[in-house]
Design a protein. Structure first.
Ligand code: ATP
Ligand code: MG
Lengths: 366, 224
């Protein structure tokens, strides 16, 4: 191990190429992960923020807000259930918004929510005609106190404050009273208009296991999900996750191949030296341990470089422009995956290290 | 105690096409605890093979190999590795120092890969470098040393583990005559100072007088 580290210090140039390539791969890995996290975050914020033990959709909606309708009688039935402490309606509408100061065709995509029970980080519903805006809408020029116009009917809504991490479907959300949401819907989406008391979904607070009992009590008229289930059921979320994870998987395989090739070549090159060292009494395990140590060091340096690059990138990209989210968790996860790939890559050299014959060091035997 | 006892040792290499090469045939050889024996013979006669078997690098096909009262004939791969760490030193035909380690580190590598005695090993390395006239070269890389100096480092490396038997496979073949004689002189001095036994493989008749006696080998058969 000492020998392996010394080699790296004395001959850094031999390891530069591998380190650079791995740094790029590590950066790609972290970028992909960051994009996935950012996409998922901006798709799911509105539901993740819900303080609920169950989110209730109508049973035929496949957990899609736009398809779901929950009638007042269902709501009453749910409120009767033992263990339910609070029930609030939730409705959404995805619209283009005109922001003062922007060009007439430069619409900001927003998701307007009408709510009764405040999500995490969002105050209680504001007065009618007002809304809290997600801070990613700042990138579209939205400021506090401004009145923006929603949809083709240009329904005015005054922004009275900002909230964090509540985006939905990649759109900045607006949080307004149920009445505001209903009137916006009526003006802009007459076809999707809902009668008073009808919501797209219900936010239910109460016992942890309440979800199952709700569907029983409503006789199957509802589909109740935990927040996590509801987040995963948002159309596109699973698909995004599996697509990105496949690309991430392929990237890790590439890293593994790079490590395997690089150290296989080094091992071939060193077989003479390994022969001598074995003749002097070195065990194969010690020599292979040196290979692993070098792979781990190369990978660790590459990960640190890539992480630094990501932090820099994160600082350079204006907020709201692309959904890139750099988190320590993702960086550490990427580094750990790379380390595992590096160690697995080394295993391709193991056989060769084992096979080096100490007799090759002495005399004519090759 | 004898440094080496070979009794009826045979070594047969089996080639890919199932033909066999007998590299050593019923070789018996006893070397006393501080004897320096020259092993002389034409190319391909089995000199390297004999050294490799005596040093626990190769296993004999038949016969008994005892080094300093330790019978290694039936040793496994692992046991042979440990045996080499403790009991023997090698100086190879080509010099084979680790290129990115300094002279001193090339000696210490024996300890790092083997017994790990730490401080004691460092002290020993410094003593050896001093004795070998390399004290001022301790921090040099092999590429910064002359051929003779490199060979001296290799000798120091072979002595690091306080071996009972040192095997020199043509230690002077890469050196010119004068340097070769200097190195042989050094080998003799070092061996006699420690009372360590050695086999010195050579083609070179001029080297013989540095050894206590010589053994000839032809086609794998020993003759005194
Ligand atoms: N690994 C091997 N496989 C097959 N045959 C071998 C092997 N090693 C050596 N031999 C054969 O065994 C015989 C003895 O070889 P050895 O290397 O011991 O000779 P040597 O006396 O050291 O020769 P040189 O003076 O050229 O170094 C030779 O005929 C050689 O071809
Ligand atoms: Mg030879």
């Amino acid at each position: 191990m000492k020998l392996a580290l010394r080699e790296m210090r004395r001959r850094p140039s031999r390891f530069v190429t591998a380190t650079v390539i791995l740094s790029l791969i590590a950066a790609l890995l972290m970028l992909l992960g960051g994009l996935l996290d950012g996409l998922i975050r901006s798709s799911t914020g509105a539901l993740r923020a819900q303080q609920a033990q169950a989110i209730v959709y109508s049973s035929t909606s496949q957990a899609s807000l736009v398809r779901s309708r929950v009638d007042p009688d269902v709501r009453q039935a749910i409120e009767q259930i033992d263990g339910v402490t609070a029930v609030g309606g939730l409705g959404s509408a995805q619209l283009g918004a005109r922001v003062p100061g922007n060009g007439p065709r430069d619409l900001a995509d927003v998701a307007l929510f009408g709510y009764e029970l405040a999500p995490d980080g969002v105050p209680d519903p504001p007065a009618d005609g007002q809304a809290y805006a997600d801070e990613i809408l700042k990138a579209d020029g939205v400021t506090e106190g401004m009145t923006i116009q929603l949809g083709p009917a240009r329904t005015p809504v005054e922004i009275v404050g900002f909230v964090k991490d509540t985006a939905y479907n990649g759109q900045g959300s607006l949080w307004a009273s149920a009445a505001t949401w209903r009137s916006v819907l009526l003006a802009n989406r007459p076809d999707a208009q809902l009668a008073d008391g009808v919501f797209q979904a219900l936010i239910v607070q109460g016992d942890a296991d309440i979800a199952g009992r709700i569907d029983e009590a409503t006789g199957g008229a509802t589909e109740s999900l935990t927040v996590t289930e509801a987040v995963n059921a948002i159309p596109g979320v699973k698909e995004q996750q599996s697509t990105f994870n496949q690309i991430i998987g392929v990237t890790i395989v590439i890293a593994l191949v790079v490590i395997a090739l690089f150290f296989a070549l080094l091992t071939v090159e060193r077989s003479g030296m390994y022969g001598v060292l074995k003749a002097l009494g070195a065990r194969s395990g010690t020599l292979f341990g040196g290979v692993v140590v070098q792979a781990v060091v190369v990978t660790a340096i590459a990960s640190v470089l890539a992480a630094a690059l990501m932090v820099l990138l994160d600082a350079l990209i204006p907020p709201g422009s692309i959904p890139l989210q750099i988190t320590p968790v993702r960086i550490v996860l990427s580094a750990v995956l790379l380390l595992v790939a590096a160690i697995a890559g080394c295993l391709f050299s193991l056989r060769r290290v084992l096979r080096v014959d100490p007799a090759s060091a002495i005399g004519t035997t090759v | 105690m004898n440094a080496l006892e070979l009794t009826d040792v045979r070594k047969v290499y089996t080639m890919g096409d199932d033909s066999e090469v007998v590299a050593l045939d019923r070789a018996s050889l006893t070397i006393g605890s501080d004897e320096i024996v020259a092993l002389v013979g034409p190319s391909g006669s089995g000199k390297t093979t004999l050294c490799s078997i005596a040093g626990g690098i190769l296993r004999a096909t038949e016969g008994r190999v005892v080094v300093a009262d330790e019978d290694i004939s039936a040793y496994s791969e692992k046991e042979l590795t440990r045996f080499r760490q403790r009991m023997v030193g090698f100086v190879f035909q080509s010099v084979n120092l680790v290129p990115f380690l300094t002279a001193r580190e090339n000696l210490l590598v024996v300890d790092e890969l083997g017994q790990r005695r730490g401080k004691a090993a460092q002290q020993r390395a410094d003593e050896l470098l001093e004795e070998l006239g390399l004290a001022d070269r301790a921090k040099n890389l092999p590429s910064q040393l002359s051929g003779g100096q490199r060979q001296r480092v290799a000798i120091g490396r072979a002595l690091m583990n306080d071996p009972k038997l040192v095997l020199f496979d043509e230690p002077t073949s890469a050196l010119d005559t004068k340097l070769g004689e200097q190195v042989m002189d050094l080998i003799r001095t070092e061996m006699k100072r420690r009372g360590t036994a050695a086999i010195v493989v050579t083609h070179d008749e001029r080297i013989l007088h540095y050894c206590d006696r010589s053994v000839h080998i032809t086609d794998g058969v020993l003759a005194a």
